[in-house]
Design a protein around this ligand. Structure first.
Ligand code: AHR
Length: 499
C-alpha cells in the first residue's frame, strides 16, 4: 500500500470554467481492416445474425449507448487505396479488390458509401470520411463529395439517386489523406501542404447551411516540423490538423510490441509511460499551432490513438486483433483526460479502432459480442461530452518503478447543461490504492454518487465465456463532509463521480 503521506490533494474550482469539451473527443474509427467492418459491423442482409439492412443490431445498440459523436471511415492506410466507385451500386456487381495493407484478403466492397452513411444515420453521429490522396485523384475526391452531399441536378447526385438514395447525406468532416508521411504517400510536409491545398480546393460545400470541416493530415507523434510546415503554409485552409499516437508497451515498431494480457509489471509501467507521452505531444503541437492560429480556429484532431500489442495468438497478423484488459481501461481514462485538459485545442479524437481491431470497445465472434473494459470507460465518461471543463489543481504521489516514476492520479471535471458536475479520476498504480482529498470551490454539493471500473488482476478482461468480468459497479469510496470530498481510489481504477 502507499504510505499515508502519499495521498493526493485536489482542488476542484467549479467557479473557474474552461473550454467546452467537444463531443467529438469521444469519436471512433472503423477501417476496412480485419474484422472491424466485415463481421464486426457488417454481416449482410441475408445473415442469420439479427441485422438492419446488413448492419448488426447488437453492435448498433451497444454503440448507441455510448452516444458516439463521430465515426471516421474507411481508413487508415486503407483509405489511400480505396476507390469509392468500387463500393456503390448493386453489391453483386461491385468489384473485389486486394486489401494490400491488412492481411492480403479480398475486399468485396459490400460495405461502401451507402452502407457507411446508413450506419452513421443509425448511430445518429457525424460522418468523417477520409478521401484517397495517396493513389486517388482530385477529380475522384471532388466527385465523391458531390455524390454524398449535393442535392443538385448533377451527374454524381443523379448517380446517387439511381443507386437508391434521393436526398444527400450530411457529411461533416472530410479528411484529406491519411498518414501522408507514411502509408499515404511518404511525402515531405512541404509537398503535402501543396497537395492538401490542391485537393481541398475541389471539396465544395454543396450544402451551404452545413459546411464541410476539412481535416489535414498532421504529424506522426513528435514530428513537430510537420506541424510547423502545415500550419505555416495551409492553416487558413483547414479546420483541423490530425495527430496519430499509439501506445506500444515496447515503445518500438520493430520487434515484439508486448502482449495484450499475461504481461509483467514492467509492461504495465511502460504502457502507462508511453500513454502519457500524449500530454507532451498535445502540448507541444498545440504551442506550434498557437503561433499560427492564436484564435484557435484549427482543431487538433487526434484521429488515431490507443494501445497496439502483439496480435492475439493464432489470428492473421494483418488483422490486428487484440484482447482488452483493465490496463486498456486505464489507458483510455488517461488519454481522455489529456484531451479534455486541452479542450481549447483538441476538437476531436478517434480511438483505433471501434470493433475487433487494436483497442476496440467491442469484440465479436460470429453471433457473439462482448463489451471491453475500454467500452465501459467510454460509457462512464459520456457525461463529459459537450460539458464545460472545470479547473483542477492536483498534487499526486508518484508510481515509482525502478529509476522511473509516473503521477499516480489523473483527474478531469466538467459541468453539464443541467448544472451537474462530474469528476472523473484514474489511479494508474497496478497494486496500490490512493486517497484523494478534494477541496470543492464554487460548489456545495448535497450528495455524491458514482461508479467504478476496476479489477484484481492487471490483465483482467472480458471473454466470450465470462463477458462481465470487468464492468462498472456502484462506487462507495467517496465521502462528503464539511465541503471536503475524500475519495479512496483502489489500484488500477477508473471512477466517475456526480456531484
Ligand atoms: O489503425 C491501424 C493503422 O494505423 C491505420 O491504418 C494507419 O493510419 C495507422 O498507421
Amino acid at each position: 500500500m502507499l504510505r499515508a503521506d502519499q495521498s493526493a490533494t485536489l482542488t476542484l474550482r467549479a467557479d473557474q470554467p474552461g473550454a467546452v469539451i467537444s463531443r467529438e473527443i469521444y469519436g471512433h474509427f472503423a477501417e476496412h481492416l480485419g474484422h472491424c467492418i466485415y463481421e464486426g459491423l457488417w454481416v449482410g442482409p441475408d445473415s442469420s445474425i439479427p441485422n438492419t439492412r446488413g448492419i448488426r443490431n447488437d453492435v448498433v445498440a451497444a454503440l448507441k449507448n455510448l452516444q458516439i459523436p463521430v465515426l471516421r471511415w474507411p481508413g487508415g492506410c486503407f483509405a489511400d487505396e480505396y476507390h469509392w466507385k468500387d463500393g456503390i451500386g448493386p453489391r453483386e456487381k461491385r468489384p473485389a479488390i486486394y486489401n494490400s495493407h491488412w492481411g492480403g484478403v479480398v475486399e468485396n466492397n459490400h460495405f461502401g458509401t451507402h452502407e457507411f452513411l446508413d450506419l452513421v444515420e443509425m448511430l445518429g453521429c457525424e460522418a468523417f470520411v477520409s478521401v484517397n490522396v495517396g493513389s486517388g485523384t482530385v477529380q475522384e475526391t471532388q466527385q465523391w463529395v458531390e455524390y454524398m452531399t449535393s442535392d443538385a441536378k448533377s451527374p454524381m447526385a443523379d448517380l446517387r439517386r439511381a443507386n437508391g438514395r434521393d436526398k444527400p447525406w450530411r457529411v461533416k468532416y472530410i479528411g484529406v489523406g491519411n498518414e501522408t508521411w507514411g502509408c499515404g504517400g511518404n511525402m515531405r510536409p512541404e509537398y503535402y501542404a501543396d497537395v492538401y491545398k490542391h485537393f481541398n480546393t475541389f471539396i465544395k460545400n454543396y450544402d451551404r447551411e452545413y459546411r464541410i470541416q476539412r481535416i489535414a493530415c498532421g504529424p506522426n507523434g513528435d514530428n513537430y516540423a510537420w506541424t510547423e510546415e502545415l500550419m505555416a503554409s495551409a492553416a487558413r485552409h483547414m479546420n483541423g490538423l490530425s495527430l496519430h499516437h499509439y501506445t506500444l508497451p515496447s515503445g518500438s515498431w520493430s520487434g515484439p510490441k508486448g502482449a495484450a494480457y499475461g504481461f509483467p509489471e514492467t509492461q504495465w509501467f511502460t504502457t502507462m509511460r508511453n500513454t502519457l507521452i500524449m500530454e507532451t505531444l498535445v502540448t507541444k503541437h498545440s504551442a506550434i499551432m498557437d503561433k499560427y492560429d492564436p484564435q484557435k480556429k484549427v482543431g487538433l484532431v487526434v484521429d488515431e490513438w490507443g494501445t497496439w500489442y502483439d496480435v492475439e495468438p493464432g489470428t492473421n497478423p494483418g488483422f490486428l486483433r487484440q484482447q482488452n484488459t483493465i490496463r486498456d481501461a486505464v489507458v483510455a481514462g488517461l488519454n481522455l483526460h489529456i484531451f479534455q485538459k486541452h479542450a481549447d485545442r483538441v476538437t476531436m479524437a478517434n480511438i483505433a479502432q471501434m470493433i475487433n481491431v487494436l483497442q476496440a470497445v467491442i469484440l465479436t465472434d460470429k453471433e457473439k459480442m462482448i463489451l471491453t473494459p475500454t467500452y465501459h470507460v467510454f460509457e462512464m465518461f459520456k457525461v463529459h461530452q459537450g460539458a464545460t471543463s472545470l479547473k483542477l489543481d492536483l498534487k499526486t504521489p508518484d508510481y515509482v518503478f525502478g529509476a522511473e516514476k509516473l503521477p499516480v492520479v489523473s483527474a478531469s471535471a466538467s459541468r453539464n447543461a443541467a448544472g451537474k458536475i462530474h469528476l472523473s479520476l484514474v489511479n494508474l498504480h497496478p497494486s496500490d490504492a490512493v486517497t484523494v482529498s478534494t477541496t470543492l470551490e464554487g460548489v456545495k454539493p448535497g450528495a455524491v454518487s458514482g461508479r467504478i471500473l476496476t479489477a484484481d488482476a492487471m490483465d483482467a478482461r472480458n471473454t466470450f465465456e465470462a463477458p462481465e468480468t470487468v464492468k462498472p459497479v456502484a462506487f462507495t469510496g467517496a465521502k462528503l463532509a464539511g465541503g471536503q470530498l475524500t475519495v479512496t481510489l483502489p489500484a488500477k481504477s477508473v471512477v466517475v463521480l456526480e456531484l
